[in-house]
Design a protein around this ligand. Structure first.
Ligand SMILES: Nc1ncnc2c1ncn2[C@@H]1O[C@H](COP(=O)(O)OP(=O)(O)OP(=O)(O)O)[C@@H](O)[C@H]1O
Length: 274
């Protein structure tokens, strides 16, 4: 395998069996690769299979077919997974759409952010200053350390989830619709934050989104899913300027004509970028 490939998804398929007679073919023969330090956007309409791909990549689901190689390790094979379990838990991190349910409501922000360290070293208490620095990195000050998730807005919760993911110094982050439940103005801030953090820390990033304008802004390459299959992929520039598959064309045509507020957001994003 080429050295610069961190994630290699090969012929991935997944079928959900609802009962003895009914099954849903959620993902069908999907293959793509992510290079070290690359941001890969996975787009497609609701139900096209994006989350299922993400969950197979993260070993939440065991795929019905195909393989996922992470740093060359076939992680869907039980033996390989068990052998590398700790490394896989630390160096791959996932951020979910719904931070309200992905953050433990009964523990304070300082302990939520410290979770990866506890997995690694079984430390019960973690250095407060380290956690504070982690929060500052995502734009939250030390006053959030003692708060519970219910005291935070959706955007603040998502920042906590990012701080937690980054504490483990991951090589790969998989984010499943991380901005979908946030206000449009906050979405732009979050995408800027992702971009800044990725530049600083160099992790590879699988970014799953509905919003094509955010993908266009953030991602180096883009894959388009339709009915469980990956129907098109390429550099984001190529996919957006010369879409080949008719579904990609339809998806791009469905991007609303930007209203003046969106245009302003885009300009703000570009300014902040520098
Ligand atoms: N746990 C499950 N049990 C049964 N069917 C499922 C399950 N999860 C997903 N599906 C089905 O698999 C298909 C793909 O769903 P998936 O959530 O992967 O798509 P998606 O593109 O991520 O959609 P969304 O953007 O709405 O999250 C859909 O038909 C969905 O109904």
């Amino acid at each position: 395998m080429e050295n610069d490939i961190i994630l290699d998804v090969q012929h991935l398929s997944h079928v959900f069996r609802l009962n003895r007679k009914t099954k849903v073919k959620a993902v069908n023969d999907v293959s793509f690769r992510i290079k070290k330090g690359e941001i890969y956007g996975l787009v497609g309409e609701s139900g096209s299979g994006k989350s299922t791909v993400a969950r197979c990549v993260m070993n939440i689901y065991k795929p019905s077919g195909g393989e996922v190689f992470y740093k060359g390790i076939p992680v869907c094979k039980n033996r390989e997974f068990q052998k590398n379990r700790k490394m896989l838990q630390m160096t791959r991190q996932m951020i979910f759409q719904d931070s309200a349910s992905s953050l433990n409501p009964g523990i304070k922000v300082r302990d939520i952010v410290a979770e990866p360290l506890r997995i690694q070293s079984r430390k019960i208490r973690t250095d407060k200053r380290e956690i504070e620095k982690q929060l500052e990195m995502v734009g939250l000050d030390g006053s959030y350390l003692e708060k519970y998730p219910y005291e935070l807005s959706g955007g603040q919760r998502q920042r906590v989830a990012i701080a937690r993911a980054l504490l483990a110094k991951p090589d790969l982050i998989v984010a499943d619709e991380p901005i979908a439940s946030l206000d449009v103005s906050i979405q732009a801030q979050m995408v800027n934050l992702f971009r800044k953090l990725q530049k600083e820390q160099g992790f590879s990033f699988l970014f799953i989104a509905h919003d094509l304008s955010m993908v266009r802004f953030l991602c180096d390459r883009t894959g388009v899913m339709y009915h469980g299959g990956l129907v098109e992929e390429g550099t984001t520039k190529d996919v957006f300027s010369h879409p080949e598959h008719k579904y990609t064309k339809a998806l791009l045509e469905a991007i609303p004509v930007p209203d003046p507020r969106e245009e302003r957001n885009r300009r703000v994003m570009k300014c902040n970028e520098g």
